[in-house]
Design a protein around this ligand. Structure first.
Ligand SMILES: [Zn+2]
Length: 444
């Protein structure tokens, strides 16, 4: 199988336009621009009368901007990791060892370097996070009461940490020590999370010492290295988006509400795609390169118009957003084996010369999976793509609705008619058209 161009559809068109006459391989990212737009658009129709007029009035905006997060991957290296989580990199389903809390996930895999005046470096890493006494008295020592300046949200996630929960670390010199998980996590929220977008996470020795950390006499500074984010932060980012959108509703800021709704929709859509939850995101580990676009772009573009049922029901209030985001990701991940195995089986059984076809689009000839072959795979997956597509639509409507309810149900009719300006659009569009993706291609 020829290696595919990992280029978004628009870019593919551009490339093709300057090399007219040549055949290009078809590949578009994630649900594809088509899928993301359609999902956001249909989500509007899950809303009730309190929300519908405002969202209906901005239907085109919510549709068009469903793909902004993909475009932003060309503008900043921090964007790509928000679109996926390679959760199988960290263990096996259902991944009980992977912290569901953002700060805890970061501290779990962080490398903590004590840099000494001599230039020597002592490296500390976490061996285990031990949670005990889960059935004992609920002695919460951390309840989200941390300085708001360190987080972009007004509402902080409520998390349960018990006094008996602990973090065990060891150093490159063979030393070991442990500290209370609640203390360490509070410390991360206070000093480290705010540095998330810096290239270097630096801390003074005296600050590190407030943790009862075994700081050396000749300590110069501490440096933290993040080894978690590169494998994707999707479910954690969803919770951040929940906080931001709720705050936008509280602020009754129509531009912010629309921008965040459009983008939140994108990430919710991504979370429903099985191949966004695995390290083998494009079949590159199983000789199935191209399967990512086949699943979420080709199949959807062929069959979503005529065959999919868009009656998904009404948006519902989500009691526990964090649990819901993780449920979505876990469900997606549970489907990964089925996605890979059905395609593998079919690619062996199906006549090779009938798997790929050439299609003319405008002046371009595109090599892509044949319609009949795509239909055969879709049937082999027993409607999975449509089910995830429908679940995305309902999920998006439900998270919009939940944020609005949590914001106190502001009267959106008062925001009707307020024009929207997208200050970021020009630079995003420019970056998207002219640059390479920063970080992993295709967002996983
Ligand atoms: Zn994406």
């Amino acid at each position: 199988m020829q290696k595919k161009h990992l280029l978004p559809f628009f870019l593919t068109i551009i490339v093709a336009a300057v090399s007219a006459g040549s055949v290009v391989e078809y590949f578009s990212p994630e649900w594809g621009f088509f899928g993301h737009r359609r999902i956001n658009r249909m989500a509007v129709f899950t809303l009730d009368q309190d929300m519908m007029p405002f969202f209906r009035a901005n239907l085109e905006y919510l549709t068009d901007h469903a793909v902004d997060p993909d475009k932003r991957r060309y503008a900043t290296k921090h964007e790509a990791v928000r679109h996926y989580v390679d959760i199988d990199h960290w263990g096996t389903y259902p991944y009980p060892n992977v912290p569901r809390d953002w700060a805890e996930a970061l501290l779990w895999k962080a490398e903590v370097q004590e840099i000494k005046s001599s230039g020597d470096t002592l490296v500390w890493t976490v061996d285990t996070i031990v949670r005990v006494n889960r059935n004992g008295p609920e002695e919460e020592i951390f309840n989200g009461n941390v300085p708001t300046a360190t987080l972009p949200t007004k509402k902080l996630p409520q998390v349960s940490v018990y006094a008996t929960d602990s973090v065990h670390l060891s150093s490159s010199a063979g030393d070991k020590f442990s500290l209370a998980l609640g203390d360490y996590r509070t410390f991360w929220y206070q000093y480290m999370i705010g540095q998330y977008y810096e290239d270097d996470w630096l801390l003074e020795c005296r600050v590190q010492a407030t943790l009862n950390w075994p700081v050396s006499g000749d300590c110069s500074r501490f440096r933290y290295v993040d080894h978690f984010s590169e494998y994707g932060i999707l479910p954690y980012h969803l919770l951040q988006m929940k906080g931001r959108l709720t705050n936008a509703f509280i602020d009754k800021d129509p531009a912010k509400i629309l921008r965040l709704c459009a983008e939140f929709g994108h990430y919710i859509g991504d979370a429903h795609v099985p191949l966004h939850t695995t390290e083998n995101y494009n079949g590159q580990m199983t000789d199935q390169v191209g399967i990512h676009g086949f699943w979420e772009s080709r199949i959807v573009e062929l069959f979503a118009d005529d065959n999919y049922d868009y009656f998904v029901g009404k948006a519902e209030y989500i009691e526990d957003p964090k649990a819901y985001f993780w449920e979505v990701v876990m469900k997606s991940n549970s489907l990964v084996d089925s996605v890979l195995m059905t395609e593998k089986r079919l690619s062996v059984q199906y006549p090779v010369d009938q798997q790929f076809c050439y299609e003319d689009r405008a002046d371009i000839t595109i090599r892509t999976q044949c319609r009949e072959y795509a239909a055969a795979w879709s049937a082999a997956m027993d409607g999975m793509v449509e089910e995830r597509f429908r679940a995305s639509i309902l999920g998006i409507g439900s998270v919009w609705y939940t944020c609005w309810v949590d914001a106190g149900q502001p009267n959106l009719d008062l925001l009707l008619g307020e024009g929207y300006k997208a200050p970021e659009l020009d630079s995003l569009e420019r970056a998207f058209r002219s640059e390479k993706i920063k970080g992993r291609d295709h967002g996983s």
